[in-house]
Design a protein around this ligand. Sequence first.
Ligand code: DAT
Ligand code: MG
Length: 170
Amino acid sequence: MAVEQLLILIKPDGIKKSLTGNILTKLSEARMVIIGAKAVKVSKELAEAHYYQLKDKLFFGELVDYIQGKIYGEPYDRVLAFVYQGEDAILRMRKIAGATNPEEADPVSIRGAYGRITTKGVYENVVHCSSDQLEAAREIKLWFKPEDIVKEIYPTKKITVEKEAKTIWT
Ligand code: DAT
Ligand code: MG
């Protein structure tokens, strides 16, 4: 048993279907803690970096559009990103999330209950869930800054950045 962390995304179809509460309730069955949370408008660069392992697949372009919520538009073109931590978190959360293909997923899992395959063949499977610790570390570092996570889960270092434009509240 190891304490692990992973990235969970509630994808734009989950937002559009107003499933945030249902999904978080289902995930809470695993008794993990949330150590980072935010709403993100996904850029093309972030979407492509997130799914870089699938860049040679025929469905890559549609997958990138989907995670950006392009087909849903305002106000659904965003995702909710969470970092969860707990014992054997990855295996347990992936079980609750269900198989990649929503039609093959356990009907009681999140993807089985709420996912669908569109007529264009896009797997609208409602959530993303990291699949191993290496992938989780890469994804968490891609989606979150160290200061956005309430625990230091990976080594950090301090750097001084000069003349960088920053947006602050007026
Ligand atoms: P998972 O999200 O279960 O880790 P993955 O990493 O293999 O699955 O794929 C990432 C996403 O790509 C997945 O959530 C949905 C989409 N996808 C995977 N295989 C697909 C396929 N054969 N057709 C359409 N979309 C697919
Ligand atoms: Mg995956």
